[in-house]
Design a protein around this ligand. Structure first.
Ligand code: AHG
Ligand code: MN
Ligand code: MN
Ligand code: MN
Length: 343
């Protein structure tokens, strides 16, 4: 029986969306259109990154340097991926507002009917771009809000609490391309099958481990941290401290792509942090398209996400579209250790 060897009834992302849409009576198919455009953008960016070196898209000898609104140097792939993402959102017809790390201001798409343009989308087209030239895993991070047609000032549709997100996801372009997605009812993980060109459901209802002795932080910033933070990290490394139930020091793992560090944290557990420091007074990671979507996903998988002061990331509200925040996220027990420590 040949059907024993392979699964002939796989759940593709379009099938998954259709089946979960049928559960919501008010669904009008707009979310399906948005998800279709998102997955196209992820596939396109994935392919572009994978052939970058062969078509001279990596930045080793780039002459012209441009800087984005948050002070980052833009690489060629940052700009191309931003364009890919923008065009996908523009053409799907259901997005009214787009915020991108690589665009100083928000972008408003003109449509025929505001009731069709249901969504505001915020994105980090390439997360981890400092790793691009070395072929290390990078990703795309997205948060999704619903437009309120009664709100006159369009910007207010994204300057809201993280609790207002209706969906969030990220794609990670690693050895395989992965997609982790939430609509606020748990997290589901998909893997891109390059031959089929489809994202396949591989990790339904993903749960983050409750505990794991791994910390993920740029420790090179120690001398710029508040001494309280350095002391907390020292406690994790000390096998005799009250933080170490097993009397083994924590392992350090830091890739420098938030997407990849959070992805590992999802699967193995542990904690990931980018705290405030002397250089980054409000942290480095941006609320709308880095901290919010990751916090939503982590909480939906049973973990926690807070800032340096122990406030829930999801409860924060940006004043400007590129506002930043400190962040601590990961396994519930690990984040609880931090919360107990700062209390
Ligand atoms: P981006 O590449 O989108 O600008 O994001 C970079 C972020 C994030 O991916 C990562 O966690 C962090 O910057 C790494 O910063 P350091 O190099 O300062 O550790
Ligand atoms: Mn950047
Ligand atoms: Mn980023
Ligand atoms: Mn980026």
């Amino acid at each position: 029986n040949s059907s024993e060897a392979i699964n002939t009834d796989i759940v593709t992302l379009p099938r998954f969306i259709l089946e979960s849409q049928q559960q919501f009576k008010q669904a009008r198919g707009n979310l399906t259109l948005l998800l279709n455009a998102l997955q196209f953008a992820f596939k396109f960016i994935s392919q572009t990154i994978r052939k970058a070196e062969l078509v001279n898209l990596i930045n080793l000898h780039n002459s012209s340097i441009t800087i984005n609104a948050t002070g980052d140097v833009q690489k060629k792939l940052d700009i191309i991926s931003d364009e890919i993402f923008l065009n996908a959102m523009k053409s799907c017809g259901v997005v009214k507002i787009l915020v991108s790390e690589e665009q100083e201001d928000l972008i408003v798409f003109q449509g025929n009917n505001i009731n069709d343009q249901t969504y505001a989308v915020c994105c980090d087209p390439i997360d981890g771009s400092s790793n691009l030239d070395a072929g290390v895993a990078v990703g795309t991070i997205v948060s999704i809000f619903k437009i309120d047609p009664n709100v006159k000032d369009l910007k207010q549709n994204v300057l809201r609490s993280g609790n207002d997100m209706v969906a969030a996801c990220y794609a990670m372009y690693g050895a395989s391309t992965h997609l982790f997605l939430t609509f606020g009812q748990g997290v589901d993980g998909f893997t891109l099958d390059n031959n089929l060109g489809e994202f396949i459901l591989t990790q339904p209802n993903l749960r983050i481990p409750q505990q794991r002795s791994i910390y993920s932080i740029n420790e090179g910033n120690t001398f710029n941290w508040d001494p309280k933070i350095s002391k907390f990290i020292d406690l994790l490394k000390n096998p005799q401290s009250e933080m170490n139930n097993n009397c083994v020091p924590y392992s350090a793992r830091y890739i420098g792509s938030m997407v990849a560090d959070v992805h590992r944290t999802f699967l193995y557990g542990g904690l990931f942090s980018y705290p405030c420091d002397k250089k980054n007074k409000n942290g480095k990671l941006r609320l709308l398209y880095e901290a919010f979507p990751m916090a939503f996903l982590v909480e939906q998988a049973g973990g926690k996400a807070v800032n340096d002061f122990g406030e829930r990331i999801m409860d924060l509200k940006p004043k400007h579209i590129h506002d930043k925040s400190s962040i601590w996220l990961g396994s519930t027990e690990e984040i609880n250790k931090f919360l107990t420590y700062i209390a």
